[in-house]
Design a protein around this ligand. Structure first.
Ligand SMILES: Nc1ncnc2c1ncn2[C@@H]1O[C@H](COP(=O)(O)OP(=O)(O)OP(=O)(O)O)[C@@H](O)[C@H]1O
Length: 716
């Protein structure tokens, strides 16, 4: 065990004090668990729903107890990670608060044993920057007081591993908080993102605790914790607004399915289940009742990267245009035209002598049912016409005449319905498509009954049309939406999601320096923020990169240094090994260097996840084959992959966006694959910032990428 303190005896005392507190807490957890587990259930857990008020109440009591048991069980490994000694103004002495992932209360006497990290008072722990005085926002108003001590504790598997006092009132306090953070950052990681409750930084905490109904925009450099912060914000919102918010009504939009798996552990670790984690495509396909099927995008993405990321080319310019708000205007116009044409200008005559005039039917449509979505309106008006007809023939007295009339009337009604234009998103979409774009619609032939193939960029428009036709179904409404990698989101996609959320409650995060899909995403945040009311938008910036060592961040910075408008990362002071710049003269030499490097990382034993990032899929295949044939257990990751297994992976650099690895090796960093322009600079930046601890770059000696010039220069 390690500790930091002024003297050894003080250190020993510190450890003893905390070790015995931990022992006492674990014993209390154990006892509480035994007691709660032995209480018989009020409403036995059978398959039956509760029938009476008493049974409902009994079930609620059981559920509450189950939640307590769950919190206690989950706390046995690490009941808390922080301690704050705080004296509220007016109190005679400070209270000692232990802060943990889950709040624990002794239900026999009401004592709070562990304060939940999301509780208002815990905000002092995160926001504290060495000052004596602090305040927090309690439900009944602001509470002020004096901070006597802030202590960080590392407990693993029930064992105390480290104690660090980052602040003691009246003592000389250094930057120990940073040391504790570094200790955490240096730890090994597996193939999943983890929670950071023990070391949330003040600037991250402000975002996590921002107001509920705000549209929060976070521009954060690579590795600044954007994804992590957004997930913690969800957990915070659910805790703070448990009466109003439901996890099932919250959604995270991830850039691709593999990313969803990568982040899948964080919310359960924070005690949150049931949040919808999806991609825009998956969400839209579901909302469109799986009427459509996506054309696999892998080849097109590859074309984008191999043909110079040219957004002016016809193919990519069309995709870009289909995501803009100008296109939404065209969709809106088409809808209003469809609306004008919806009611046939024809008097309905079910049988001679009886008429329902067209202007009445139009009035029902434009006035009585105007609040309904278009297709629903049509159905309602048609049903009313039918009701009117039924009433009319009920008035006809003679029974035999009625029968004849009924038949004739039904035929007339069916013919009348045919005069109403069919409303269907796919037909409308095809009809409104400008001539020049017709080619951009799927040309895939399909068999009868097969789903319609479309490109992903057509999904937002189709979903818009569906919403206009049928409205948002009540069970699809959302209370809070998180959009990760938002720089790749189109304004149209966001505009569509806005329909699903009744409020401006969005958390939108991204990094403009990582916008490598500029044909679909945004150039600046204003393109997206304009979709919300001005008062609700709140902008945040995260500049410190926590993921990578200082050396790696400096290298990544050098790749984008020529483009001063791009936000640059500030490294957290964590020094590691120098970036390994390895030149090759030919493919054989490159392969040799690659194997040597992987070998040395694997033999270190600490590099659990290693990625070989290549310029394209073909090269990824080549290196995966090479590694496998040499006896390495390497996984090749492809565009449609849903699983992320860690270990040794090989993939095109663009697929690694959002992920992280202990060690990263970049292959083929040559003028050919990484020419000196902004798009490739961003790609190199994304690729290199995936590395936590080690980065190696294989570059062509004869034709190195111009993006390396600053890094190579510093070697001289
Ligand atoms: N306060 C913190 N304490 C400990 N680790 C942190 C903290 N903030 C971020 N990290 C770590 O930094 C890494 C990057 O976090 P995350 O993936 O959320 O960043 P990001 O900004 O979304 O990255 P990118 O844009 O590059 O994908 C993760 O390993 C995360 O655990």
């Amino acid at each position: 065990m390690e500790t930091e303190s002024a003297t050894t005896s003080a250190t020993d005392q510190l450890i003893q004090e905390e070790a015995s507190k931990l022992k006492e807490t674990l014993a209390w957890i154990d006892q509480s668990l035994k007691r709660l587990e032995n209480i018989p259930r009020e409403f036995p857990n059978d398959e039956r729903e509760p029938q009476t008020a008493d049974e409902v109440a009994a079930q609620a009591v059981d559920r509450l107890r189950d939640e307590r048991i769950d919190a206690l069980r989950r706390s046995t490994q690490e009941p808390y990670f922080g301690r704050l000694d705080f004296q509220t103004d007016g109190q005679v002495e400070p209270e000692i608060w232990y802060i943990g992932k889950r709040g624990l209360q002794d239900d026999t006497d009401g004592t709070i044993r562990v304060l939940d990290w999301r509780a208002p008072a815990a905000s002092i722990f995160y926001a504290h920057a060495g000052q004596d005085r602090a305040t927090y926002q309690a439900p009944d108003g602001e509470i002020s007081g004096t901070v006597w001590r802030k202590r960080n504790l590392a407990i693993r598997r029930g064992q105390l591993e480290r104690v660090v006092d980052s602040f003691v009132r009246g003592e000389q306090n250094g930057q120990v908080t940073d040391e504790f953070l570094l200790y955490r950052l240096q730890e090994g990681k597996d193939n999943r993102l983890r929670d950071i409750v023990a070391t949330i930084q003040a600037e991250q905490d402000t975002i996590i605790r921002a107001e509920k109904n705000r549209a929060i925009f976070i521009q954060g450099v690579a590795g600044s914790g954007k994804t992590t912060v957004a997930l913690h914000r969800l957990a915070y919102l659910l805790y703070q607004h448990s009466e109003q918010l439901k996890a099932e009504k919250m959604a995270i939009f991830a850039p691709h399915p593999m990313f969803m798996e990568y982040i899948s552990e964080v919310l359960p670790e924070l005690g949150v289940g049931g949040v919808l984690q999806t991609t825009f495509s998956e969400f839209a396909l579901r909302e469109l009742d799986y009427r459509f099927k996506l054309i696999p995008e892998g080849q097109r993405v590859q074309r984008w990267f191999e043909t110079g990321m040219d957004s002016a080319s016809r193919e990519f310019a069309t995709i870009y245009a289909k995501g803009r708000l100008a296109w939404l205007k065209r969709l809106q116009q088409a809808v209003s035209e469809a609306e004008q044409m919806s009611v046939p200008d024809v008097t309905f005559t079910p049988w001679p002598g009886v008429q329902l005039e067209a202007h009445w039917i139009r009035k029902w449509f434009t006035e009585d049912y105007r609040h309904y979505a278009l297709a629903v309106r049509v159905m309602r008006v048609q049903a009313r016409v039918k009701r009117w007809m039924d009433m009319e023939y009920k008035r006809v007295q003679a029974e035999d005449r009625q029968k004849k009339l009924k038949k004739a009337a039904n035929t007339a009604y069916q013919s009348y319905l045919k005069l109403w234009p069919a409303l269907d998103e796919w037909t409308m979409y095809q009809n409104l498509m400008p001539e020049a774009w017709q080619q951009s619609l799927s040309q895939v032939k399909r068999k009868r009954g097969e789903r319609i193939y479309i490109w992903p960029e057509d999904l937002a428009s189709l979903l818009y049309l569906r919403l206009v036709l049928y409205g948002v179904q009540p069970d699809a409404k959302l209370q809070h939406v998180v959009i990760d990698e938002a720089q790749d989101f189109s304004p149209l996609q966001l505009a569509i999601l806005r329909f699903y959320c009744q409020t401006d409650s969005f958390t939108i995060l991204g990094d403009l320096a990582q916008s490598i899909y500029s044909y679909s995403g945004v150039q600046n945040w204003e393109e997206l923020s304009g979709l919300f009311s001005e008062e609700s938008v709140q902008n945040f910036q995260l500049q410190v990169s926590y993921r990578s060592t200082q050396e790696i961040v400096e290298f990544a910075k050098s790749a984008i240094a020529a483009y001063p408008h791009l936000p640059l990362p500030v490294p957290v002071y964590r020094s590691g090994e120098a970036v390994n710049l390895l030149h090759y003269t030919d493919q054989t030499a490159q392969q040799k260097e690659l194997l040597k490097c992987i070998d040395s990382w694997q033999s270190e034993g600490r590099m659990h996840s290693i990625a070989v990032l290549c310029p394209n899929e073909e090269l990824a295949q080549h290196y995966a084959d090479l590694l496998q044939s040499t006896g390495y257990k390497a996984t090749q990751v492809t565009w449609d992959q849903r699983e992320f297994s860690g270990g040794l992976s090989v993939m095109p650099a663009y697929l690694a966006k959002g992920l992280e690895f202990d060690a990263v090796l970049l292959t083929d960093v040559s003028q050919h694959f990484y020419p000196g322009n902004e798009s490739y600079a961003k790609l190199l930046y994304v690729a290199s910032t995936r590395a936590l601890h080690r980065l190696a770059v294989l570059y062509s000696e004869r034709e190195p990428s111009p993006l390396l010039s600053q890094a190579l220069h510093s070697l001289d």
